[in-house]
Design a protein around this ligand. Structure first.
Ligand code: SF4
Length: 424
């Protein structure tokens, strides 16, 4: 049975119990929200995954993307990245490999970590097509569904599936006059396929079959936003919202079939549009968890997009987003290296925490209070232990080389914390 089926029957699963403990919510709350589709627990029945709840009333979770590309395929590096993601507190990991050996990569990564693993199966279907000497537009429908089933059997916990790009939407997109067209890789595969074959999106047309597969293995559907904006000018435009409307109808069908689902969102969004984007998604998609990719709030900072996305991520998290996909400094430029992965995770953790603090989550506030106490007490070790990254602040502190523990080189003997400590 899926987590949702159990919840609908009023049963609590071991995963729900663990989430209640971690997040300090009642069993009644988790059962109700999983049953309503407002919380998802990505966990394939074939995998021993750490319980991770994503959705309303829970702390904001973060996802890190790793995986090979057709240009760089280094299994040792990707495994190292997977370990780093665990070390710095990623809640989930997506393997976005598109190299020829992607199956091997996926298996290796799944053995390395015990957090939920997500994939985009259309990538593997695309690689299978290319390996046959064909082009993406020649992709066989059967290969798409066989890939989904194979990955489900292997234990993939959640899958990005671009079910909302319909033939009608692809036709309309041609007149939308977007600055950046389509920037989603999976979205592009499907839109080109639809256009050239003059057929409906197989994932949309055979959605009931997809639900059957997802239900069998309790795969959480991550309904992909194939038409997400790729620049600020395209944000919140008609194609983006039209796709979201379709995704809302698909969420409803998944919820009725007791299949867990969440919805992916933009992308590149001006700061003032983020809150309304979150509200529209929650309304149109029946309260399903929202998984946002950024959002990046200015396009002028290549090399620093972990910062542009953390700004957007914080606003998104405080306005209802439940799951943030990290962005690394290498975004738009190349495959991230180890340091980029670390920077991306830390930036995303900052955004998630900022959002949770704004929402008033006790678990988030407790950490903030612990940090201020450690600062007031000049307990440097505790400050570094609480910090998302303990090594960077420790390096700065070590550089101070002071005999007096109760100050740093910023203000020296004029340290306000030290002077005011006993009086205020
Ligand atoms: S010296 Fe200044 S910056 Fe350093 S701990 Fe004291 S108040 Fe803070």
């Amino acid at each position: 049975m899926t987590q949702m089926e159990e919840a609908k029957k009023g049963n609590i699963t071991p995963e729900m119990e663990k989430i209640c403990e971690k997040e300090r919510i009642s069993t009644k709350e988790i059962i109700t929200k999983v049953a309503e589709g407002k919380i998802v627990i990505p966990k394939n029945i074939n995998r021993n995954t750490e319980a991770c709840g994503i959705g309303e009333g829970l702390s904001t979770k973060i996802n890190a993307n790793i995986g090979s590309s057709s240009k760089i395929e280094n299994i040792k590096l990707e495994t190292h990245k997977a370990k780093l993601c665990m070390e710095y507190g990623a809640d989930a990991l997506m393997d976005l490999s598109t190299g020829p050996d992607l199956e091997l990569f996926r298996k290796q990564i799944m053995e390395t970590v015990n957090i939920p693993i997500g994939t985009v199966p259309i990538y593997e279907a695309g690689v299978i097509t290319l390996n046959k000497g064909n082009e993406i537009i020649d992709m066989e429908e059967d290969d798409i569904f066989k890939t989904i089933e194979k990955q489900a059997k292997e234990g993939v916990d959640f899958m990005t599936l671009h079910c909302g790009i319909t033939q009608d939407l692809v036709k309309k997109l041609k007149n939308a006059k977007r600055e950046m067209g389509i920037v989603s890789r999976g979205g592009t595969f499907l839109a080109s396929w639809i256009l050239h074959n003059e057929k409906e999106n197989p994932l949309y047309e055979n959605y009931d079959y997809l639900l059957e597969l997802a239900k069998e293995y309790d795969i959480t559907l991550s309904l992909g936003d194939g038409l997400r904006p790729g620049c600020l000018s395209d944000a919140s435009d008609v194609p983006q919202i039209q796709e979201l409307v379709t995704l809302g109808t698909l969420v409803k069908r998944a919820q009725e079939a007791s299949v867990q689902s969440m919805v992916e969102g933009p992308g590149h969004v001006p700061l003032n549009q983020i809150k309304s984007n979150m509200e529209i998604q929650k309304t149109l998609c029946y309260g399903a968890p929202f998984y946002v990719l950024g959002p990046i709030v200015t396009d002028l900072a290549p090399g620093y997009d972990h910062i542009t996305s953390a700004i957007g991520g914080a606003i998104a998290a405080s306005s209802g987003a439940d799951f943030l996909c990290y962005v690394t400094p290498a975004e738009h430029l190349g495959l991230p290296e180890l340091d980029d992965v670390k920077e991306g995770i830390i930036a995303s953790k900052i955004a998630a925490q900022a959002g949770d603090v704004a929402l008033g989550l006790d678990t988030a506030w407790e950490k903030e209070k612990m940090m201020s106490k450690a600062r007031r007490n000049f307990d440097w070790d505790q400050q570094f232990d609480i910090a998302f990254d303990s090594s960077k602040p420790r390096k700065y502190r070590d550089k101070c080389k002071l005999d007096d523990n109760e100050m740093c080189t910023m203000c020296g003997e004029y340290c306000s914390v030290k002077i005011a400590k006993d009086d205020f």
